[in-house]
Design a binder for this molecule. Sequence first.
Ligand SMILES: [Zn+2]
Length: 197
Amino acid sequence: MTIKIIPPSLVAGVVMSSFHAEGTCTKPRTMTDISPPEASTTARMIFQALKQSSTEFKIAFIDNCADAAVTSCYDNTINTIFIRADKQYLLTEYSPRVEMLPIVLLYHELGHAKQYLDGAGERLVKEDSSATYTGGNQMSWKGGEKVAVPKRGKISQFNMHGYSMNLETNNMRLHEWPISRELGVPLRSKYTDICEA
Ligand SMILES: [Zn+2]
């Protein structure tokens, strides 16, 4: 077994070292809390792949935290999944808004772990942060004349928001969307179509 739930007593230390912020776990979780839903082939595939790997993946549930900097995410430097279990996430494109199931959130983050296990994670992040934008023209001076030249520059999504859109889109397409369909729950169309309750 190489998926481990970090015991509540150790969560504060991991949160502090990863986020430099305070966050604790008050309620112990068991394997039942992280087991893939029977109805989702994709979630079961992710769980099996992580479980069978030689890397130990750790999950930290945080249910008592006042710091917005502590987010649900996968920290690939320490193979640790962080889950803000004290928060509720809503899909903003539905009226009324629909909650993203906690199990879908958990498997979104486990999906990132799978991306890194496959080697795709590092590649996708690298591509995103080094890609150049050539989608339009800008005016520039050339030999004393003003001419249109293709715009070039780094794609800024990664730098602006601190996440890699390539990585997130790949994760939604391969993991989050299939899982949502298998469970028969609404899914977000875009990565950003979500907010805290
Ligand atoms: Zn993500």
